[in-house]
Design a protein around this ligand. Structure first.
Ligand code: C5P
Length: 299
């Protein structure tokens, strides 16, 4: 018997970053939007914990105990006093080290899959607590939709989304490390006063109305200057998407994936074609939002 869970990627439509805290993390006002690009995580009973991965980026995925999916299985097994004896297989479609929470998705997916496989009966609250221990973005991968994350980004409040948003994502030739982007944020911020991160009421309103023009006017990402500083070529990709009619263009989370909001599916296709033809990125995908959170697929 196996259990498969499908988990979405995310884009941050607002990422307001505060000053570095004593623990090294940054307080955030982080508005997550789940998008219809998915990893599928399958767990099957096995003699011992093992992780395998398939997909275009599979070679970059660690298959040892550092994989968030493996850590999720171990965390739940420890709480239940059982052995994490599962084979975890990840069918990976979310870009690796891309700023779209691909690793977090696998953590949330493995947790929900193991909870189901083992009949472990962990409540939603317990699953969310384990997710928060695994990483700042992992709780959102479990819940999906749209949410405001505060603290490290792990304390979530669900947000209403009143329509479908059409996105194009350009995957870059190489990845960016999230800690490195936050360090660059700190370096660029040196000597400046960093305001408290606050969620934008206009942005929350635009999501609730399902209004792409209002959303485009309100998006922001405080990590974007740091990502561009480490990866200046991303500016070319952003310019191509803007020139092809994107309502807004931004770096997704810590990057280097770039995200383009389109008015409708036709405009999204045109933006995607222009990005593909430009040679400024590795691959291009279109995806609609919001997407549901981690979901157990029918056997
Ligand atoms: O929580 P997670 O393990 O995903 O975070 C990865 C890294 O990103 C952290 O080690 C830290 O360097 C940085 N980070 C941060 N502030 C946050 C979230 C992440 O500085 N709120």
């Amino acid at each position: 018997m196996s259990v498969t869970v499908r988990v979405p990627a995310k884009v941050n439509v607002q990422l307001a970053v505060g000053a570095a805290r004593p623990d090294g993390f940054h307080d955030l006002a982080n508005v997550f939007l789940a998008v219809g690009l998915y990893d599928e995580v399958t767990v099957t009973p096995a003699d011992e914990l093992r992780v395998t991965c398939e997909g275009p980026d599979a070679a970059q995925v660690p298959l040892d105990g550092t994989n968030l999916a493996a850590r999720a299985a171990v965390a739940l097994a420890e709480r239940r006093g059982v052995e994490p004896a599962v084979h975890i297989h990840i069918a990976k479609d979310i870009p690796v080290a891309g700023g779209m929470a691909g690793g977090s998705a696998d953590g949330a997916g493995a947790l929900l899959a193991c909870n189901t496989l083992w009949g472990a009966g962990a409540s939603r609250a317990e699953l969310l607590a384990i997710c928060a221990d695994l990483g700042s973005d992992v709780p959102f991968s479990l819940v999906g939709g749209a949410a405001l994350g505060v603290g490290r980004g792990e304390r979530l409040t669900a947000l209403e989304v009143g329509g479908t948003f059409h996105w194009v994502f350009a995957m870059a030739e190489r990845g960016l490390s999230t800690p490195a982007v936050f360090r660059e944020f700190d370096r660029l911020a040196e000597g400046r006063a960093i305001p408290e991160p606050v969620a934008s009421p206009d942005l929350i309103d635009a999501l609730a109305k399902g209004d792409p023009d209002a959303l485009a006017a309100a998006v922001s990402n405080d990590l974007q200057p740091a990502a561009l500083s480490l990866f200046p070529e991303l500016a070319d990709t952003l310019a191509v998407g803007r020139g092809a009619g994107a309502l807004t263009a931004l770096v997704s989370g810590s990057g280097p994936t770039t995200a383009f909001l389109a008015r409708d599916p036709e405009s999204a296709s045109k933006i995607a074609e222009a990005l593909e033809a430009s040679g400024t990125c590795r691959t291009v995908r279109t995806a609609a939002a919001p997407a549901p959170g981690a979901t157990v697929l029918p056997a």
